[in-house]
Design a binder for this molecule. Sequence first.
Ligand code: HAM
Length: 423
Amino acid sequence: MQLLPGFRDFFPDDCARRNYILETWRTVARRYGFVEYDGPVLEPMALYEKKSGGELVGQLFDFTDKGDRHVAMRPEMTPTLARMVAARERDFKKPLKWFCVPQFFRYEKQQRGRLREFYQLNCDIIGEASPAADAELIAVLIDLLRACALGERDFVVRLSSRTAWQEFFAQVGGRPEDEYEFFQIVDKAERLPPEKTDAALAKFGLTAQQVLAFMHSKAATAELAPILADLTARGLGGFVEIDYAIVRGLAYYTGVVFEVFDRGKNERALAGGGRYDKLLSLMSDGQTDLPALGFGMGDVVLANLIHDVPAAQAQLHAWLARERAVDVYVVIAHETRRPEALALVQRLRDAGLRADFPLATAKLGKQFQTAEHLGARHAVLVGDEWPQVKVKTLATRAERLASPDELLSLLTPPKIPVILSGA
Ligand code: HAM
């Protein structure tokens, strides 16, 4: 039976690579004070029809369930988050800094960087309108990639603003109700031939040339300047460029928007997000009106970039080696010693060590080979010397005899007591 196109099996190696990304995401998000939440995998179809908009609605895995409800597998988190916050907003101190690492489903054309199932880190800040929140969000985004050993030469945050485009559109007489259609044309303007953009813009009395000229002006608006200044103060200014080509496809964005791309321009976007200051009010029929902003970062493009950047790949491999390695492999010299070996394995595991041993009878040489294969730091031979064991450090080949008690203190360094002054 074949896999469905765009879906993945995660064999142990693939799973370990995925976990490296998820673990890095969680570590860095927490470093910035974000707390984790989650929502359901299945949602009412109407949630996305009303809130996401654009291409995404045509890409849903949707069906009618046995209760005759039109439902969809989640393709993104923002509508769910807005619903959750609107429902219990009073229970939480603002601003909220929340993150999640859900798996999403989109019926997209399978291609490099785009699958039909993927993981996406979401970081969102709710209840803070100042540019300090935008800068904090972009800073965590940059640090998530820096933590994967990616640097200024590898990626760039392209910062833009829908407000700037709204002002541009209003100046040429555009009506607010046509803005989203206009944004969708702008979104595609760099990818389409100018004649096509001209044709789409004709109804607004605009030309592709006018739109492209504004797109390529690099001056920061009054809205973007303080965000850049904040990031520069953190030493992160070199990771960001103003680029009005970014408008984002989703319907709910209101102001600042941004996307992250690899500098080599070999990949699709690594991450994207922005402000969605009206979504909570929309979700709660005006009951909850909180400014909000966030981004999503997918695992697929990030894994491609890590693969292509040697320093990032070296860091991943070092992590994988540490992750796989067992601390101790217990070698059983004679089957008659299996009960003692089992007791020792149990003690080692109780002490928090990763310990493994042969489940079936095997020759000594074979057992040592297995220890090497598992990347064990130590092999411990239970045999003729019992109640002592032979401890072999595999990297140095050094050997010594030790009692099980000595072995444990050798392998588990004593915990340093924390002394609280004045206690
Ligand atoms: P998005 O731009 O649709 O935004 O997705 C964000 C990131 O998810 C993309 O840059 C990409 O890395 C990844 N991604 C999207 N589609 C796929 C796919 N088919 N296969 C692999 N990776 C993919 C959102 O989803 C917004 N809800 C983000 C957000 C959060 N805005 C505010 N808060």
